[in-house]
Design a protein around this ligand. Structure first.
Ligand code: NAG
Ligand code: NAG
Ligand code: NAG
Ligand code: NAG
Ligand code: NAG
Ligand code: NAG
Ligand code: NAG
Ligand code: NAG
Ligand code: NAG
Length: 448
């Protein structure tokens, strides 16, 4: 009968009854839009204005009756308190109010997210330049995963960005990112961090959480390459180690018991170097995650240690006996020349039929088989390097064999030690070795 016009009329009536029937009757719902953290509390207030009679409220989800909130109704206000927002509350909540048989509703849009804690990076034992390492970053209890992204950052530089892949559920979950990282030498000393960003609303509102990786010392470097110092001079070596937290630096000298901390602000400082400063030092870098050590050899440059001269024999040797004289040095700081010779005599006409033998790197041995009276004299052991010369001497007297009369070599003034006594040089020995002890051992052979 009425066709299309009739249907239009019926629909119009219907719409009126929901929205505009009573001109003074209004529904207000606050908030209309809410982005909220899972687990938080949310209160929605639905207020009816200009209803002359009693109001009936109903809360519902978009398609369903609403569950899980505490509802308080007053004359014309209804409050819905959700104590523990969960995933079930996301999307729409509708407040429906009836006034004298008329119904109106308002809808609140609720978006939930979860991002309760900073990303977690397991401790890294050490980061070593040019060594690839798997780094892990886990974001716990996060939602929604498709709005999450992370950045790997070293210093101020972004190394890589990642988004989750291959997850399935629409649920709060933990997600781990893996990054194959190869540090470069230039990166040492810079923090490495995982920065997680969750975009929590369409308007682009973001939350960011950042964690620095903790890692133990890996590479240790020294401030200088040359670790030698001249006697009396000053040497400073700084030890640097990468790590977070910043490693504590300890220096100590090897072979000192108990180990003594020699460091001053990460530096090994030797002022007025003496022989005893020479040797191996260790730099120990340690933090809460681990520790690492590196050795450095300090060389003290100066005149050689006083060498040692010894006679194989106790007491005065007798004519015809076999004797040996040992000239040795405990010095090895620099190139060293060891020589063993007899001090020249006024009536020197001694044929040198004896030859010195190199025993090892720091000793010369002279064998005198079948000692003669003329072999008596002062024997000198001389150590020489670029910084000076030191000598030791021994006065050898030879007891005549048959009548026991001691024939003593002619006394000769002791010449200043010098390399010029080359006439009777028996052995020259060039050695390189490390200086171990302080200078000592002035050979003191008792003579009867
Ligand atoms: C409104 O509610 C009150 C209390 O429930 C009741 O006493 C009163 O009769 C109601 N008024 C109307 C118009 O229904
Ligand atoms: C909130 O709900 C979650 C699960 O829906 C539950 O694990 C948690 O214990 C609740 N928290 C409180 C404070 O009730
Ligand atoms: C996420 O990690 C936390 C802490 O490690 C753990 O207690 C929780 O069970 C994990 N949650 C899931 C969904 O695996
Ligand atoms: C590195 O991170 C730690 C905290 O993990 C912080 O104390 C330190 O200041 C950071 N260092 C630099 C160079 O940013
Ligand atoms: C350096 O040490 C030597 C030997 O111990 C000492 O004689 C000298 O006075 C010291 N020099 C300075 C500047 O301290
Ligand atoms: C370095 O020093 C720390 C603290 O004194 C110590 O625990 C650690 O064992 C040392 N590291 C090494 C490799 O000796
Ligand atoms: C000295 O050495 C020679 C061989 O080198 C030996 O024949 C001689 O007996 C030795 N003389 C003495 C007194 O030991
Ligand atoms: C060299 O030989 C002498 C004599 O045999 C010995 O006392 C010294 O320890 C040796 N030195 C080294 C460095 O081997
Ligand atoms: C070497 O010793 C002898 C005897 O003990 C002594 O007469 C002589 O003066 C000494 N020579 C030197 C240079 O001291």
């Amino acid at each position: 009968m009425c066709g299309v016009k009739c249907i239009t009329f019926v629909l119009w009536i219907n719409i009126l009854s929901v929205t505009t029937d009573n001109p003074g009757f209004e529904v207000e719902l606050t908030p209309l839009k809410q982005v909220i953290d899972i687990g938080k509390e949310l209160e929605l207030t639905c207020r009816v204005k200009a209803c002359p009679g009693n109001v009936t409220f109903m809360w519902k989800a978009l398609l369903d009756k609403f569950h899980g909130g505490d509802i308080t109704n007053e004359q014309n206000v209804s409050r819905l308190l959700i104590r523990n927002i969960s995933l079930a509350h996301k999307n729409k909540v509708v407040c429906k109010a009836s006034c004298e048989g008329k119904v109106k509703e308002k809808t609140s849009d609720i978006q939930v997210f979860s991002f309760p804690q900073d990303p977690v990076l397991p401790k890294i034992k050490s980061l070593i330049a040019n060594h690839t390492q798997k780094l892990n970053c886990t974001v716990h209890n996060v939602y929604p995963l498709d709005k999450l992204q992370i950045e790997w950052i070293r210093g101020n530089e972004t190394l890589q960005e990642n988004v989750p892949e291959g997850y399935d559920d629409d649920r709060v979950q933990n997600y781990s990112f893996v990054f194959n990282y190869t540090p470069s030498v230039l990166d040492l000393g810079k923090n490495i961090s995982c920065k997680a960003t969750l975009t929590i609303s369409e308007t682009g509102l973001q939350k960011t959480r950042n964690s620095n990786a903790e890692y133990g010392p890996g590479t240790i470097t020294f401030s200088r390459n040359n670790h030698s110092v001249k006697l009396g001079e000053h040497l400073e070596i700084t030890c640097r180690a990468d790590g977070n937290p910043k490693p504590t630096i300890l220096w100590w000298k090897e072979e000192t018991e108990p180990a003594q901390n020699e460091s001053q602000n990460e530096k090994l400082i030797i002022s007025n170097a003496s022989w005893s400063h020479a040797g191996w030092y260790r730099c120990n870098a340690s933090n809460a995650v681990g520790s690492q050590q590196m050795r450095v050899k300090v060389i003290v440059l100066g005149p050689p240690n006083i060498p040692k001269i010894e006679l194989s024999h106790r007491g005065d040797p007798k004519e015809g006996e076999n004797i040996t004289i040992l000239c040795s040095s405990d010095d090895g700081s620099a190139e060293l020349t060891l020589r063993l010779y007899r001090q020249p005599q006024s009536n020197a006409s001694v044929a040198l039929n004896n030859s010195a033998v190199l025993l090892n790197n720091s000793a010369v041995l002279l064998n005198i088989p079948s000692l003669k009276i003329t072999d008596a004299g002062i024997y000198i052991c001389e150590a020489n390097n670029d910084f000076g010369t030191e000598t030791s001497r021994i006065n050898i007297t030879v007891e005549a064999q048959n009548d026991g009369v001691k024939i003593v070599d002619l006394p000769v003034a002791i010449l200043p030690a010098a390399g010029s006594l080359s006439l009777l040089t028996i052995a020259v020995l060039l050695i390189r070795h490390c200086r171990k002890k302080s200078r000592s051992n002035i050979s003191d052979i008792p003579l009867s």
